[in-house]
Design a protein around this ligand. Structure first.
Ligand code: ADP
Ligand code: MG
Length: 241
């Protein structure tokens, strides 16, 4: 579904992502893990088109993503949902309005059509009763569940998560991981940057371990956690467990 081919991204002299290639198949749940500063967010943002790679190509369903073909590029980007660490909800809009917005502005739906879809996904994340609340009156876990529902309202083929639970109090992490697990069980393709090793091991199918902008390991989850191949992965795991 997604193919990343020799992608490099530099910030000045800093090599954030170095010649990364990977493929993600439909229905896979890939955990992107690695030390802080290893390039996980940059890689995810390159896939979503939030950062423009300096070189390399990204394909979605075998079609190259080319920013100069702006109409097609926008449509390709819309096939991916992105969930941020800090939710990025609009504070001056209700939960329902947050979910409706892109459906109306980008998807061209009527307000009624958008609302129907929004309520469907708000129900799925257990927040239908919060439709008229403002983000500031929600807990962190609730905000993130709204952000996930909002992304799902656009009917994405692929979901990208950048540390979706890192800004949450411990007691709220589980409710968000549960929603993500359900999504995976329903067959959603997902790339998840996470420090939740339990999630990566039990819910994820595959681990891609990055260090210094490079893919050091790319293995089935169970294999990665039980038999990491590289010293760098062994060292990382010894610090997180
Ligand atoms: P991770 O998500 O694994 O913690 P990042 O992808 O955020 O790592 O960052 C990789 C490297 O790129 C880091 O050294 C970071 O400081 C740098 N970096 C990330 N974004 C920017 C930016 N917009 N401008 C300059 N440097 C950046
Ligand atoms: Mg990051």
């Amino acid at each position: 579904m997604i193919k990343v081919e020799h992608v490099t991204k530099n910030f000045g002299s800093l090599h954030a992502v170095k010649d990364v290639s990977l493929e993600v198949n439909q229905g896979e749940i890939v955990s992107l893990i690695g030390p802080s500063g290893s390039g996980k967010s940059t890689l995810l943002r390159c896939i979503h088109g939030l950062e423009k790679p300096d070189s390399g190509k990204i394909y979605i369903n075998d079609e190259v993503m080319d920013p100069s073909d702006s109409k097609k590029y926008r449509e390709q980007r819309n096939r991916m949902g992105f969930v941020f660490q800090h939710f990025n909800l609009f504070p001056n809009m209700t939960v329902l309005e947050n979910c409706n917005l892109a459906q109306i502005q980008v998807g061209g739906k009527t307000k009624e059509e958008a609302e129907k879809t929004s309520m469907e996904y708000l129900k799925r994340v257990g927040l239908a009763d919060k439709r008229d609340s403002y983000p500031n009156n929600l807990s962190g876990g609730q905000k993130q569940r709204v952000a996930i529902a909002r992304a799902l309202c656009m009917n994405p083929e692929l979901m990208l998560f950048d540390e979706p639970t890192s800004a949450l109090d411990p007691e709220m992490i589980k409710e968000v991981l549960e929603v993500m697990k359900d999504l995976g069980n329903q067959g959603m393709t997902m790339i998840v940057v996470t420090h939740e090793m339990g999630f990566a091991r039990k819910v994820g199918n595959r681990v891609i371990f990055l260090d210094h902008g490079e893919i050091v390991e790319d293995s089935p989850s169970e294999e990665f956690f039980s038999h990491p191949q590289s010293e760098r992965a062994k060292d990382f795991l010894s610090k997180v467990f």
